[in-house]
Design a protein around this ligand. Structure first.
Ligand code: SF4
Ligand code: SF4
Length: 105
């Protein structure tokens, strides 16, 4: 069995079982990058550079989704809404947890 150590915020919610609604625990994006992030950051393993802690909501969010222009400097401001919609579709945002990882504290 492959084991990997990740570091997440102490206030982050526990990972739900696969198939349950995503709660922003951050586990998936701390383990490895999604296809969009692989293209942007040329990184597969380890925490995604766009994984952001949202202190007010006490959950992780996808920086590429919520502020794409910050990570895509060539993106014009008026393209932000469209980019967010495309990324949401690409990473299947809002479709429930698709991470099979078994998390041990
Ligand atoms: S998809 Fe799953 S592992 Fe990834 S942040 Fe959402 S709940 Fe956590
Ligand atoms: S781009 Fe967003 S969804 Fe993809 S790995 Fe990074 S934080 Fe996660």
């Amino acid at each position: 069995m492959h084991q990997q150590t990740i570091h997440l915020h102490a206030a982050a919610p526990a990972k739900p079982p696969e198939g349950q609604p995503c709660n922003g625990c951050g586990v998936c994006c701390a383990l490895e990058t999604c296809p969009v992030a692989r293209l942007r950051f040329l990184q597969i393993k380890g925490q995604c550079p766009a994984l952001e802690w949202a202190a007010n909501d006490k959950r992780y969010v996808c920086g590429l989704l919520i502020r794409p222009a910050h990570y895509l400097k060539c993106l014009p401001n008026r393209g932000e809404a469209l980019a967010s919609r495309l990324f949401a579709r690409w990473i299947s945002a809002g479709r429930g947890c698709d991470c099979k990882a078994d998390v041990q504290p």
